[in-house]
Ligand binder design. Structure first.
Ligand SMILES: O=C(O)COP(=O)(O)O
Ligand SMILES: [Mg+2]
Length: 231
């Protein structure tokens, strides 16, 4: 997999760290602030991957459409409905800042995989749709920050994955051509972005892919652990 590869870009949520618990806790604190019922894990798992704004909007729309919420028309929301979207995002960011990393775990094989990649001398970047400040803090909390010469988040560029722009910009920062830069991710957002950017792509089979089979996402290789990149 590494033949001809000059640098590696690694996704964060669902690839290096299982952050589903963080998302669920921050979202449920937010929903509680609004006066809405808590969301279930499966719903969150299916909505993760396209950045915070998309996640909060999707979960909020889902909760507002719940039969019990609709039935209680005029349910006692804490804010006027027109402002709920904007305020929910604000509350979510507030809560996430406090719980970041507390309900999440590094996946098996990640540390060893990164150590072995680092030992090959390949420069590595982390590219996530998570806001940059949360991504940097999470990498630090989990002891993964030392592996990456560059870290970019969902707010680092004009557009997020699955748009190819963040990958092209990351390749530029690494100083490598897309065709020589391996993307490692867990979702169709990574696969589609990599294909469009011209980067080879390996996808892990254990992350979050909007509830769709990962084999259906564009990829050159499916792996069960980052260690397999060294095979
Ligand atoms: O925050 C998200 O939407 C997921 O981010 P990811 O790009 O690290 O999977
Ligand atoms: Mg991911």
């Amino acid at each position: 997999m590494l033949a001809g590869i000059k640098a590696v870009i690694v996704d964060l949520d669902g690839t290096m760290v299982d952050t589903l618990g963080d998302f669920v806790v921050a979202l449920n604190h937010t929903l509680e602030d609004i006066g809405l019922p808590p969301v279930d894990r499966l719903m969150v798992e299916r909505s993760v991957g396209k950045g915070s704004e998309h996640l909060v909007r999707t979960v909020l729309d889902h909760q507002l459409a719940l039969p019990e919420v609709v039935a209680a028309a005029g349910v006692a929301l804490s804010w006027p409905r027109e402002q709920v979207g904007e305020l929910a995002l604000e509350r979510y960011q507030h809560h996430y800042l406090f719980i970041n990393g507390q309900h999440s775990e590094v996946y098996p094989g990640v540390l060893e995989g990164l150590q072995r990649l680092q030992a090959t001398g390949l420069p590595m970047a982390c590219l996530t749709n998570k806001p940059l400040a949360f991504a940097q803090a999470l990498l630090e909390i989990k002891g993964l920050d030392g592996f990456f010469s560059q870290v970019f988040g969902g707010d680092s560029f004009e557009r997020k994955k699955p748009d190819p722009l963040p990958l092209l910009k990351t390749c530029e920062a690494l100083g490598t051509l897309p065709a020589q830069t391996l993307m490692v991710g867990d979702s169709q957002n990574d696969g589609i972005a990599a294909r469009a950017a011209g980067c080879p792509v390996a996808l892990v089979n254990y992350g979050y892919n909007h509830g769709d089979p990962i084999a259906e996402a564009p990829h050159d290789r499916l792996i069960g652990s980052l260690v397999e990149l060294l095979d």
